[in-house]
Design a binder for this molecule. Structure first.
Ligand SMILES: *Cc1c(COP(=O)(O)O)cnc(C)c1O
Ligand SMILES: [Zn+2]
Length: 417
C-alpha cells in the first residue's frame, strides 16, 4: 500500500523543528520530541487494524494487522459501579469483542508503528530490551511483518516471549542477570554498526501508537473523556493520552478539555505515585530504594520501571500538571479483587496491570473522585491470554545466550552468528 504520511518533529522546550525525523533529542534540550502531523483532523483509513490511524502515526508504510484497541461499554458493570458513562478500552486478544492483538497487551500498538517506521528508515535492525510484554509485542510484530529484530531479555524472562509462529525474524537474546543487565547489553549492541535502539518513550512511534487507544475512544464516545484511568510503569501511555488529547482538541470535533489523568501503580513499588504525592518533579533515591525486594512483592511487574520518563520535559510530571489528576498506589490484593469483579462480567482474563487500573477506578468511585455524569475511560491495557487458540503460544527459541561481562569483540561475534 502506498500512503505518504507527513509530519514534523518538534522540541517541546525550544519549539524548534528538527531536520532529521529519526532524532531522539533536540541538539540542546533533553525533552521528549513530538510529532506534529500535517493532518489537523483525524481521518480514518478504510483498513483493519491500528494503521487506520495512519495520518496520525509517524510512518510512511504499514504492516498488515487486525490488531487495534477496541472500546465498549458493559452496562451491568456500570450499574454495579454506579457509573453511567464508563467506557472500556481493551487491547489484547478478545475475539468476542473484536480485539485481535495476539501478544495480549497495548505494547503491540507501540510495536506496530515502531517496526514500520524502523523499516522506513532503513538504518538497521531494531534492538529491544524487555522483561515481558514489550519483548513479546515486538517479537510478534517482527515475525508477522518479516522485519528483523533482536529481543534482549534476562534469562529468567525468556518464557514470556512466545509467538504464534517462530519463523526466525525475531531473534531472542538472553542475558545472564536481571533486567538492568539486559538493558545495558542491549545498549552495547544497539550502539554498534547495523543495529538501532528502539528508543523507548523517546520514540514518537511508540507514544503515538499508544495514543490510538484515545483515538479509538474518541470515535466511539464522540468526545475526549473527562477522566482517563490507566496503570503506569514508564508512564509512556499516559504521556500519549495527553498528547493525543491535544491533537483531538485541535481537530475541533471532540471537545476542548484535556482529560483528567487517573494513573495507578502497584504497591509496594510506586515511585511515580510517591513523587507526585510528595509534590516533587524529581524521583528521589527513596522512591526506588530496596527496589528488588519491593518489586518481588507486586502483582503487576510490568509496572515496576525504575527509570520512568517522569521528570523530563514533556514527561509524566508535565502531563499530570497539564491535565490535572490523581495517582493511586494500589495493593496487589485490591488488584486481585478487581480482577475477580472483571471476570464476573467479561471473559478475557486481564493482565495484572489492567486489574490495577480497574482497582484504581473502584477506589476513585468509593472516594468520590470522579464527576457523577462525567465520561470515564478505563484503559484495560492487556489481557486475553486465556483465549489464545491452541498452538499459538510457542516459545521463541534462544538465538544466543550472553554474559553481561563479555568483551565487545566476543559480543559482536556472538550476535552476528
Ligand atoms: C507496559 C504496560 C503498562 C504500563 O504502560 P507504560 O506506558 O509503561 O506506563 C500497563 N499495562 C500493560 C499490560 C503493559 O504491558
Ligand atoms: Zn530544543
Amino acid at each position: 500500500m502506498s500512503l505518504m504520511g507527513s509530519y514534523k518533529l518538534k522540541c517541546p522546550e525550544c519549539g524548534k523543528y528538527l531536520d532529521d525525523l529519526h532524532q531522539l533529542k533536540c541538539g540542546i534540550h533533553n525533552g521528549l520530541l513530538r510529532a506534529e502531523y500535517d493532518a489537523v483532523r483525524m481521518n480514518i483509513k478504510d483498513t483493519e487494524g491500528v494503521f487506520k490511524f495512519f495520518d496520525w502515526l509517524p510512518v510512511a508504510s504499514v504492516i498488515e494487522t487486525k490488531a487495534a484497541p477496541v472500546v465498549f461499554m458493559n452496562e451491568q458493570m456500570n450499574r454495579e459501579l454506579g457509573l453511567k458513562d464508563l467506557w472500556i478500552a481493551f487491547t489484547g486478544y478478545y475475539p468476542e469483542r473484536k480485539a485481535f492483538a495476539l501478544s495480549c497487551s497495548f505494547k503491540e500498538m507501540e510495536a506496530l508503528p515502531t517496526m514500520a517506521r524502523m523499516r522506513d528508515a532503513k538504518r538497521g535492525t531494531i534492538v529491544v530490551a524487555s522483561a515481558g510484554n514489550t519483548g513479546r509485542a515486538f517479537a510478534h510484530t517482527s515475525n508477522a511483518s518479516g522485519i528483523g529484530s533482536l529481543i534482549v531479555v534476562p534469562e529468567r524472562s525468556a518464557d514470556r516471549i512466545w509467538v504464534p509462529e517462530d519463523n526466525g525474524c525475531a531473534k531472542l537474546v538472553t542475558v545472564k542477570g536481571d533486567y538492568a543487565d539486559a538493558i545495558a547489553l542491549s545498549e552495547r549492541i544497539s550502539s554498534s554498526e547495523g543495529f538501532v535502539p528502539e528508543g523507548g518513550a523517546r520514540n514518537i512511534a511508540r507514544r503515538d501508537g499508544m495514543g490510538t487507544v484515545m483515538l479509538e475512544s474518541a470515535i466511539t464516545m464522540k468526545k475526549i473523556p473527562d477522566h482517563y484511568f490507566q496503570a503506569v510503569g514508564s508512564g509512556t501511555g499516559a504521556i500519549a493520552a495527553w498528547e493525543t488529547s491535544m491533537r483531538l482538541i485541535g481537530d475541533g470535533r471532540f471537545g476542548t478539555g484535556l482529560p483528567e489523568l487517573h494513573l495507578s501503580q502497584n504497591e509496594p513499588f510506586a515511585p511515580m505515585k510517591d513523587a507526585w504525592s510528595g509534590g516533587r518533579r524529581n524521583l528521589t533515591e527513596e522512591d526506588t530504594e530496596n527496589a528488588e525486594k519491593r518489586i518481588s512483592d507486586v502483582y503487576a511487574d510490568v509496572l515496576t520501571n525504575r527509570k520512568p520518563p517522569y521528570s523530563i520535559a514533556g514527561g509524566v510530571f508535565d502531563a499530570m500538571t497539564a491535565c490535572g489528576g490523581v495517582m493511586y498506589g494500589i495493593t496487589s490484593e485490591e488488584a486481585k479483587d478487581a480482577e475477580k469483579f472483571w471476570m464476573e462480567h467479561e471473559h478475557a482474563v486481564p493482565d495484572p496491570a489492567a486489574s490495577v487500573a480497574l482497582a484504581s477506578l473502584m477506589r476513585a468511585v468509593k472516594e468520590n473522585r470522579i464527576k457523577k455524569n462525567g465520561i470515564v475511560l478505563l484503559n484495560m491495557t492487556g489481557g486475553g491470554q486465556n483465549l489464545i487458540p491452541k498452538g499459538c503460544m510457542n516459545r521463541l527459541s534462544v538465538s544466543v545466550a550472553l554474559d553481561p561481562n563479555m568483551p565487545d569483540e566476543e559480543l559482536m561475534r556472538a550476535i552476528h552468528e
